[in-house]
Design a protein around this ligand. Structure first.
Ligand code: ADP
Length: 732
């Protein structure tokens, strides 16, 4: 069917004639009527009925032709009301012309409005109407060629509801419709009703079939899409996939599965690869449970087990599966290789064990503390250090902290709770047997996803180190004393020389004085002068002895304001004769504006003495160059002073550099190996640094640098209070 051009201006134009003026229905009864031709009529009806049975889709056209044949009109056809979705146009708003025989046949598909047209009039009046020149009222029919002289229109109904009309048209007054036409058309109208129902039925069937076909096509498409997706999954070999039956057979498998169990596709084809055989005996009960589940529900939930590989080794797997729909015996399963995961778990377990062992060996425990919830997790080693058993309570933790450190402990906890910074501190534990443990804690602050504060901390039992440190400090101070005595031993000769000089001066001056007084007349002025010189020499000798005493005595640490240049000059003076004996030329380059330092004068002199002696000894075998020793003092960065002793001696091997300052390290036959280590600890006690450097040319330079002022004075040799912290390692 094609759609006729629908011209709204034409349809809406004002009618020129009234309905009454175009109707002449009553004339049907008045006109002379032709006799009925029952034979023809019956024949036509029989043909119609068989056409309805044979080809219902063309029945309307057959009906139109029958109307034309029986009424001998020029055009005949049907007008049907449009139906929702099934026919063009809006539901019930128009008539369309599904079949036309005769001269109007080219207009098949065209139509008229429901509310303004001859078909609508017929349905409104619910009876047959005869129109004459209906285009006079309905202008939209004007262009339909040829014009209708007379049109006999008959309504027909389905279940009491009008659905359309059949009509016959004369385009000339060649013949006029009569009562016989009226009767025949009424009977054909009834047939039209049956044909319409049959056609409707067929249309509905067609729609149903079309819908079913579309649905089937969709399912087919979906299925082919699904199939493609499943095939993709199988071929991607991300997981193992097998087709199985409950009897133990594997009817299909992808590469991933075959690789997992190390069988080939040929092995699979022989049917020898059976899941029942792949399963080690101790896992069979799991299989049995899975089969029970499969039979009951059609699926089995993922389970872990092992398979034998072809070489007899085992592979841990996770598998889950389902029976095929409608099958009681066959199904599909996915299999994941868990080897990697198991390995990772094993590694994790081992590294945890290592960590625990490492903590035990190093006596370092660890804990985590979620501040918001006060959730604390301790490592085993921390329980061992505290000598506590779980569970932990804040109270129990506090019984253990040394009473003297408790205030600090609580302050630290409070600060940590509100701070969120890393911290580090030392504190003591008082154990039930009254022994003391020294702990060093380093805590690192982290935040979880929700920004909640958590600390991860390492706690080390440093008791042994503390005790060792104490013992070492004691030994050092003893060693320092020994070193002093030893150095002085080697200085004996030069000291004797120093004292000898003023002594012989005293003796000479005293005898001169004697001689001058015994002369006649006595030379009193000369005697007075020589007596003065005697006193001067005696003072010089006693000064030497005083210095000697100072070096000998095991005096406790004493800080004073020290002029490093002067102290150095004294040491040079004391060492001079020894240096000269060794043919060493000393050059002192002492900075003029050197600030004083707060220091232990004798200890600093001890260091300078050691450096001078070492420099001199390093050059004792040097014969090819002058044995030159340069002592320099200078200001150093950051309000410090620096002293360096540079020699041109044998120098030292870079590989041994780190050992020079070790206790008892010596390369000398008669060496003790304590000079440098004691010097280093003296300088460190002055918060300074002592180091050695190889010269560009021959020899080495030993230097120390110390701060000028230290308000707190020197670090004591004695063990200080256990709790020196907190020192904050603030990440900011
Ligand atoms: P000792 O002098 O008894 O060996 P020290 O601790 O003073 O002990 O020195 C340790 C070692 O450092 C020396 O044996 C020597 O090998 C090296 N050393 C010290 N001073 C110098 C120097 N100026 N040049 C080269 N090596 C040196």
């Amino acid at each position: 069917m094609t759609e006729t051009k629908n011209d709204p201006t034409l349809e809406a134009s004002i009618p020129t004639a009234s309905l009454e003026s175009i109707l002449c229905t009553e004339e049907l009864q008045r006109r002379p009527s032709r006799p009925p031709d029952y034979e023809k009529e019956n024949c036509a009806l029989v043909k119609l009925v068989s056409a309805l049975a044979d080809s219902p889709s063309t029945i309307f056209q057959t009906l139109a032709e029958t109307i034309q044949d029986i009424t001998q009109c020029d055009s005949a056809g049907l007008s049907l009301l449009t139906r929702d979705g099934k026919t063009p146009h809006v539901d019930g708003k128009r008539f369309y012309w599904p079949a036309i025989a005769g001269m109007w046949n080219p207009h098949v598909g065209g139509g008229t409005p429901r509310n303004f047209g001859p078909c609508g009039d017929v349905l409104d009046q619910n009876r047959t109407l005869l129109f004459r020149h209906f285009e006079r009222r309905y202008p939209y029919l004007i262009p339909v060629n040829p014009a209708a002289e007379e049109c006999l229109l008959v309504p027909f109904y389905v279940a009491g509801k009008a659905v359309g009309t059949i009509w016959a048209i004369m385009h000339s007054d060649r013949r006029k419709f009569d009562a016989e036409d009226d009767r025949v058309m009424a009977s054909l109208g009834k047939f039209a009703s049956s044909a319409y129902q049959a056609w409707m039925h067929i249309e509905e069937l067609k729609t149903e079939v079309a819908e079913r076909e579309r649905a089937e096509a969709e399912v087919r498409e979906l299925a082919s899409g699904l199939e493609a997706k499943i095939r993709r999954l199988v071929e991607a070999n991300v997981v193992g996939i097998v087709m199985f039956d409950l009897g133990g057979a594997i009817t299909g498998a992808n590469e991933a599965f075959l690789q997992m169990v190390q069988y080939s596709r040929e092995d699979l084809a022989t049917g020898r690869v059976r899941w029942t055989d792949l399963t080690p005996a101790e896992w069979r009960d799991r299989d049995e449970r899975a089969i029970v589940e499969l039979k009951a529900t059609g699926i089995f939930q993922p389970l872990e087990k092992e398979y034998f590989r072809k070489d007899g080794s085992r592979v841990p797997v996770l598998l889950g599966g389902a029976l095929f729909e409608g099958s009681r015996n066959e199904g599909v399963a996915f299999i994941l290789d868990l080897s990697g995961q198991k390995r990772t778990q094993e590694q994790l377990r081992r590294s945890e064990a290592f960590l625990a062992e490492a903590q035990r060996l190093s006596q370092i425990g660890s804990y985590s503390w979620r501040v918001a919830t006060d959730e604390i997790t301790w490592s085993d080693e921390l329980f061992r250090i505290y000598e506590l058993e779980p569970p932990l309570t804040p109270a129990r933790l506090r019984t253990r902290v040394h009473p003297e450190d408790l205030t600090l402990y609580e302050k630290m906890v409070e600060q940590a709770r509100s701070g969120g910074n890393d911290f580090e501190w030392q504190y003591r534990l008082l154990m039930p047997d009254h022994s003391i443990k020294y702990l060093h804690a380093v805590a690192h602050a982290i935040r979880d996803h929700d920004g909640r504060l958590e600390y991860i901390a390492a706690v080390q039992d440093v008791t042994a180190g503390k005790l060792m440190e104490e013992a070492r400090d004691k030994a050092r101070s003893e060693l320092a004393h020994v070193a002093r005595v030893m150095s002085l031993g080697t200085l004996a000769a030069s000291i004797a020389h120093e004292i000898n000089q003023p002594l012989s001066g005293i003796v000479t001056n005293a005898s001169t004085c004697q001689r001058m007084l015994a002369a006649a007349p006595p030379n009193v002025d000369g005697a007075l002068e020589t007596a003065r010189r005697t006193i001067r020499d005696a003072n010089r000798a006693s000064e030497v002895i005083r210095r000697l005493r100072a070096l000998f005595s095991k005096k406790e640490t004493a800080t004073e304001s020290v002029d490093l240049n002067e102290a150095t000059r004294e040491v040079i003076a004391l060492s001079l004769s020894g240096l000269q004996r060794n043919q060493v030329v000393v050059q002192a380059e002492l900075a003029e504006d050197l600030p004083t330092v707060t220091a232990d004068r004798v200890q600093l002199q001890q260091v300078v003495l050691n450096l001078l002696r070492n420099g001199s000894e390093a050059m004792s075998t040097v014969d090819d160059r002058p044995r030159h020793l340069v002592i320099t003092t200078e200001r150093d960065e950051g309000d410090r002073v620096r002293l360096s002793v540079k020699d041109v001696g044998v120098g030292f091997d870079s590989r041994a550099a780190h050992r020079l300052f070790e206790d008892f390290y010596t390369t000398k036959n008669d060496g003790m190996g304590i000079g440098l280590s004691v010097s280093k600890s003296i300088i460190e006690r002055h918060h300074g640094r002592l180091w050695a450097a190889k010269n560009d040319g021959p020899g080495a330079t030993f230097s120390f640098s110390i701060p000028c002022r230290r308000e707190e004075g020197l670090t004591s040799n004695e063990t200080g209070p256990a709790t020196r912290m907190p020192s904050r390692r603030d990440a900011a």
